[in-house]
Design a protein around this ligand. Structure first.
Ligand SMILES: [Zn+2]
Length: 89
């Protein structure tokens, strides 16, 4: 099982991938049907990113959302997310 901080970073990465798809779709794709495929991919990535963040990117100590992707501590209560996960293994 991945730690909440890894899910947090994954959700941001997935949303960023969606953003990249959107940029490619509006800049490089000149066929309307292909542009629609890229737009659908953008929507799927953004929804998946939001769902991953909402479901898994929570502090195991205080239950709040991890609103930042840097560092290994909870920004709310200071718990070490990655270390906590290692101890539980
Ligand atoms: Zn916390």
């Amino acid at each position: 099982m991945m730690s909440p901080m890894k899910y947090n970073r994954l959700s941001v990465a997935v949303m960023f991938a969606g953003f990249v798809l959107w940029v490619i779709g509006i800049t490089c794709i000149h066929s309307e049907s292909m542009a629609a495929v890229f737009m659908a991919g953008t929507i799927v990535c953004v929804i998946a990113g939001v769902v991953i963040h909402a479901k898994y990117a929570r502090c195991p100590e205080c239950g709040k959302h991890l609103t930042r992707i840097w560092g290994n501590e909870c920004p709310h209560c200071g718990s070490a997310i990655e270390q906590l996960q290692d101890v539980n293994k």
